[in-house]
Design a binder for this molecule. Structure first.
Ligand SMILES: CC(C)(COP(=O)(O)OP(=O)(O)OC[C@H]1O[C@@H](n2cnc3c(N)ncnc32)[C@H](O)[C@@H]1OP(=O)(O)O)[C@@H](O)C(=O)NCCC(=O)NCCS
Length: 99
């Protein structure tokens, strides 16, 4: 997970892929723009999800299994699919403050 800050209490399921170079090794411009995702506190990423470069996964957000995350995910929202879209908020009883 190079260039990918992970905050506290995140959950990364098996086979999650983080990416950090949208230019895939071409052009000089990529060198300034290489950046992995930022995974904010308490976020959870389901099995096999793919997270595109520089995307931010908000606090306590939930990424469903197999999602392809191309844009930032708002805090406490659940996304699924390719491209990942919000389907609902994370259940209150799953939030860290309620454990
Ligand atoms: C997202 C998830 C939590 C289910 O949430 P939910 O609110 O119970 O959602 P539902 O099962 O009611 O499904 C709602 C809709 O989203 C779809 N959906 C659910 N999970 C999906 C996923 N991962 N990818 C694509 N679509 C998904 C369902 O097919 C359904 O679509 P429909 O309305 O067209 O029938 C679950 O599917 C998931 O991905 N869990 C992650 C498991 C995991 O990776 N755990 C890691 C530790 S082992």
């Amino acid at each position: 997970m190079a260039y990918s800050p992970l905050e506290d209490d995140v959950f990364i399921a098996p086979c999650v892929v983080t990416t950090n170079d949208n230019f895939m090794g071409r052009t000089e411009r990529r060198r300034e723009q290489i950046k992995g995702p930022t995974i904010r506190r308490g976020a959870r990423i389901g099995g096999g999800a793919i997270i595109c470069p520089a995307v931010e996964i908000g606090e306590e957000a939930f990424v469903g299994a197999g999602a392809v995350v191309t844009k930032d995910v708002p805090a406490r929202m659940l996304v699924v699919g390719n491209p990942a879209r919000v389907i609902r908020a994370v259940n209150e009883d799953e939030l860290l403050e309620n454990q």
